[in-house]
Design a protein around this ligand. Structure first.
Ligand SMILES: Cc1ncc(COP(=O)(O)O)c(C=O)c1O
Length: 394
């Protein structure tokens, strides 16, 4: 059980290297050993009789995982589908839309590049257009974000791709108000909750976004390849990227949406089947379950952030209200390195600290972003501050 930011007792529950201060949960998550053990047990069960597993036993595990995830997200299970990652969720929605030349898709200047690329591919094919809303930075008033995005809408805007938490800046977007505001203007929202479940409370039913995709392999700590797409009832014309048996199975077996998304060809279903184990295992580490985890991690990120601001003098990208369990800072100096930012490599090789430092061309800036999860403790960020002081001096 953990609650204080100095507690390091959870670290051994993950297989993270003891040589490295791992401060980048945000990129690819990190899966605890017990959840990986569960995955291995499921894989062994599957390989004892793959046919029996896929045709029979696995179906129950699949339904259980869907049901636990829909409870966790308060989402209609009939509209919830498993996908391998949020990028796939975004592509799935975009590929299902019929867009006309002149239609517009709204993104922001902090939209994750892979998702922006997916938008651009659809734009090229359909002849529609992209509108980019510029998020003012540093930000300390959510009205500025709302204004920037809502003012970018016009009568041709068909879809808005909105993040829960932006990747380069770690800023928690006022996504609940954005979904409401945009949809009141007649614009469907595709909510990119890649950083969603386990990081911020998500109530998909109340949000009522046309589409929500999110990762379980980040903050829920499932094995990698575990994500979801939720489609609101009136938009369930959405089809998976891979068309398979579900297209011709009789509807007496289930809705077309269910049949198509639940079988997209032979694959390893264990990352999704580990969702219940991940939810329960992590919840058992905090006296107040997931509410306690999110609060503890945010408090640690805030404490770390204050320490870095006061010790290193870095400028944060937003006020505290926008911080979740990630926080970003502006790193002075040249912002574009075609391959890898040298500061990232130096922090890893000289100081044993894994933390992202990346240029963000739309802002002509580079950002360093810290993450905090249950295996982190404040001493790790204190070491980061010392390392930054020496690296930024040289
Ligand atoms: C905002 C955002 N969207 C999408 C993604 C893509 O996630 P994945 O690689 O799991 O598809 C990320 C990954 O960090 C992200 O931060």
């Amino acid at each position: 059980m953990i609650s204080d930011p100095y507690d390091t007792s959870n670290r051994f529950l993950w297989g993270l290297s003891s040589e490295v201060d791992f401060l980048n949960h945000g990129s690819f998550g990190a899966c605890p050993k017990a959840v990986l053990d569960r995955q291995m047990a499921l894989r062994e069960m599957m390989e004892m009789d793959p046919v029996e597993f896929i045709d029979n036993v696995g179906r129950g595990l699949w339904s259980e995982a869907l049901s636990r995830l829909s409870d966790f997200l308060n989402a209609d299970p009939h509209g919830l589908a498993f996908v391998s990652n949020a990028t796939t969720g975004v592509n799935t929605v975009l590929m299902s839309l019929e867009l006309d030349p002149g239609d517009k898709i709204l993104v922001t200047d902090t939209t994750y590049q892979a998702c922006r690329n997916a938008v651009d591919a659809v734009v090229q094919r359909s002849g529609c257009e992209v509108t980019v809303a510029r998020i003012p930075l540093p930000v300390d008033d959510e009205e500025e974000i709302l204004e920037a995005i809502l003012n970018a809408v016009d009568s041709r805007t068909r879809l808005a791709l909105i993040d829960t938490i932006s990747s380069p800046t770690g800023i928690r977007m006022p996504f609940e108000r954005l979904v409401r505001g945009l949809q009141d203007l007649g614009v469907d929202v595709l909510l990119d909750a890649a950083h969603g479940p386990g990081l911020v409370p998500l109530d998909i039913d109340v949000l009522n976004a046309a589409y929500v995709t999110g990762n379980c392999h980040k903050w829920l700590c499932t094995p990698k390849g575990s994500a979801f797409l939720h489609v609101r009832e009136d938009r369930r014309f959405v089809r998976p990227l891979v068309i398979s048996h579900g297209a011709t199975l009789p509807e007496s077996m289930g809705s077309r949406f269910r049949l198509e998304f639940d079988w997209t060809g032979t694959l390893d279903p264990t990352p999704w089947m580990c969702i219940p184990a991940a939810i329960d295992h992590l919840a058992s580490m905090s006296p107040r379950g997931w509410g306690g985890i999110m609060e503890r991690n945010r408090n640690l990120a805030l404490k770390a952030r204050s320490h870095i601001i006061s010790e290193v003098g870095l400028q944060p990208v937003c006020s505290e209200d926008f911080v979740t369990s990630m926080a970003a800072f502006i790193i002075p100096g040249e912002s574009f390195f075609p391959d890898e930012d040298p500061l990232h490599r130096r922090l890893l090789e000289r100081h044993g600290i894994q933390v992202p430092v990346q240029g963000w061309p739309p802002h002509n800036r580079r950002y360093l972003r810290i993450s905090a999860h249950l295996y982190n403790s404040i001493d790790q960020y204190e070491r980061l501050a010392e390392a930054l002081k020496s690296e930024l001096r040289s």
